[in-house]
Design a protein around this ligand. Structure first.
Ligand SMILES: [Cu+2]
Length: 202
């Protein structure tokens, strides 16, 4: 359900030509449970192919993929894209009361720099960060923003986490397809051997 919502939001964001380069900007509205801003932090994140070189199966990723801040922190983010294709730094799971139904904050740029500010929720949570451009999440653009102590780990964050329980958001279509092809090939091979054996019997 959560996954479907993320896919839906990503699709809307991608299909909408009026999508701004900054979404969910929030410099002063306190999320529910925050009595005040606990602190103001500056964060610079780079995106690009050079950060993925250490991960042979990945093509692009972020300079930082595991972030940790206190609840109710005001985060001033600078997002630098070192590639010449579009990348996003999209944070999911923010409170709807403050960030609307989509519960997200996003910076997007095609070869350049984008800045934006948002305020973290009041509770311990592990927020998913990814790039919604098709295939970019699978190719390595995935990170985790831990608020306080977090509430678990986001799977498949390059250099940090692997798939959880054998299920991977990244490979959701690749795994079953691979299995179908594999089983089909096995059956095909077995029936060919059976046919050949019958022929040699005669
Ligand atoms: Cu991207």
């Amino acid at each position: 359900m959560k996954k479907t919502l993320i896919l839906l939001i990503t699709s809307i964001a991608l299909l909408n030509p009026a999508t701004a380069n900054v979404m969910g900007q929030n410099t002063d509205q306190l999320p529910p449970g925050c009595e005040e801003i606990s602190g103001t932090e500056q964060l610079t994140i780079e995106a690009g192919t050079e950060h993925a070189e250490q991960f042979p199966s990945k093509m692009y990723t972020y300079s930082d993929r595991k972030l940790n801040f206190e609840p109710c922190t005001k985060l001033e983010v600078t997002f630098i894209n070192n590639d010449s294709i579009r990348h996003q730094w999209m944070v999911h799971g923010l409170p709807e009361q403050t960030y609307g139904k989509m519960g997200m904050f996003m910076l997007e740029t095609t070869s350049g720099k984008e800045k934006g500010t948002f305020i973290l929720p009041s509770e311990d949570e592990s927020l998913l960060i990814h790039c919604g451009v098709p295939q970019h999440t699978q190719k390595g653009m995935k990170a985790q923003l831990t608020v306080g102590n977090g509430d678990g780990d986001i799977p498949n964050v390059p250099g940090h986490t692997g798939p959880i329980d054998g299920y991977s958001y990244d490979q959701e279509s690749a795994v079953p397809m691979g299995m179908v092809v594999g089983i089909t090939m096995l059956l095909l091979g077995a029936s060919m051997i059976a046919i050949m054996e019958k022929r040699t019997e005669k």
